[in-house]
Write a protein that binds this ligand. Structure first.
Ligand code: PMV
Length: 370
């Protein structure tokens, strides 16, 4: 599969020799995403045990700039935010090694990376999704420049999603705008375990630009790395049932999105969030990622829904609550959140976000080293 998708880089007409002595730079802004149906458990080389479906956000994003400089001594990642020993380097280096194995020209460069998030990392707001997708996009951009390849946007995004998956599974969904589906399912033609696809054309306008108010219960790094969580699923007593449940939930979420049925969507999305945490709690380590504030917020949200506000929640692998509501109700929901839910959050912090257009290229080109 690797070879098939990356074969466009092995075209004999491509000539890179001259470019190997030049320096290149690429900068991208790439958003986080929130899963409505969760990816939890993997198989093979970063392939999902079940299909997942998410909303690519707007305000929670990573901005990354990568400089590729002809390597004199050592190729690979030289620095991350000027630090040669940054703890995130190994993850990015794994992705770089994987891409370089197919696009050999990248092995001729040393990479300097600058990156920043608009939100706290490792706190269950999928910072790896935005960070890794931003890096994958920069890397692909540089590969295209080195090989003088014309950019076909659809193909470029597919390849970036394909590569991002290797660094972090959920990152492959961030490359896609709006609603993104990763994992092969007979319900969506063209869906794949290898990259994410967009499903926006089949979503009812009521759910376009769905709002996500991220209610910050804690900005502390989470206590269970997702890599460990995924591998717990290999021996989890409920793993078979989980795969069946996720496939059923994908089917139901797709039809709720299509029909504009918020009641149906709320039920499944909340079931997915609670199932993810139930799986985590019932795994070997018995990890509890919810905090008392998480549970309090869930009760308040359900009370508000009973009184007529179209709100529902989801959770990532952490204590923070993602409160979802249609854009058409953003004024009343915003007022309700500020008055009633923000006071329950850490330092009253709420990140108001919504479904968006996906990653944005900020710069791509040759770098003048003088
Ligand atoms: O992409 P990873 O390996 O960080 O896994 C992400 C898993 C969840 O965030 C818990 C769920 C999801 O689908 O985003």
């Amino acid at each position: 599969m690797n070879e098939t998708l990356f074969s466009i880089f092995r075209n004999d007409n491509l000539e890179a020799t001259e470019n190997l002595s030049k320096a290149f730079e690429s900068s991208w802004k790439s958003p986080s995403n929130i899963a409505l149906v969760k990816y939890w458990g993997k198989k093979g080389q970063q392939l999902p045990a079940n299909p997942s479906l998410s909303l690519t956000l707007t305000e929670a994003y990573t901005e990354t700039s990568v400089k590729a400089i002809p390597a004199d001594m050592k190729s690979g990642i030289k620095t991350l935010n000027k630090d040669p020993n940054h703890p995130f380097i190994p993850k990015l280096q794994t992705l770089l090694n994987w891409v370089s194995a197919e696009i050999h020209e990248l092995s001729a460069f040393a990479f300097e990376i600058e990156t920043r998030n608009t939100f706290p990392h490792s706190a269950g707001i999928a910072s790896s999704a935005s960070g890794i997708s931003a890096f994958a996009l920069c890397l692909l951009d540089i590969a295209y420049s080195v090989l003088n390849m014309p950019v076909d946007n659809d193909k470029f995004r597919q390849l970036a999603s394909f590569a991002a998956r290797i660094g972090s599974g959920s990152a492959c969904r961030s490359v896609v705008p709006g609603y993104s589906l990763w994992g092969e399912t007979g319900l969506v033609s063209g869906s794949s375990d290898y990259f994410a696809v967009e499903i926006n054309s089949s979503v009812h306008p009521y759910f376009t630009g769905l709002c996500d108010a991220i209610l910050m219960v804690s900005s502390e790094p989470k206590s269970l790395a997702s890599t460990a969580g995924h591998s717990q699923m290999n021996i989890h007593p409920y793993s078979k049932a989980r795969i069946a449940q996720a496939n059923q939930n994908i089917q139901n979420v797709l039809s709720a999105l299509q029909q504009g049925d918020i009641e149906k969507l709320s039920g499944i999305v909340e079931n997915e969030a609670l199932s993810l945490h139930a799986l985590i709690m019932s795994a070997e380590t018995g990890t509890i990622l919810m905090a008392p504030g998480t549970v309090e917020l869930i009760h308040q949200i359900r009370k508000a829904r009973q009184s007529g506000l179209p709100l529902f929640f989801t959770l990532d692998a952490g204590p923070n609550v993602h409160l979802l509501y249609p854009a058409s109700h953003s004024v009343e929901a915003g007022k309700y959140i500020n008055e009633n839910l923000a006071p329950l959050c850490e330092k009253n912090r709420v990140i108001f976000d919504h479904g968006g257009k996906g990653p944005e290229r900020l710069f791509s080109g040759v770098l003048n080293l003088c």
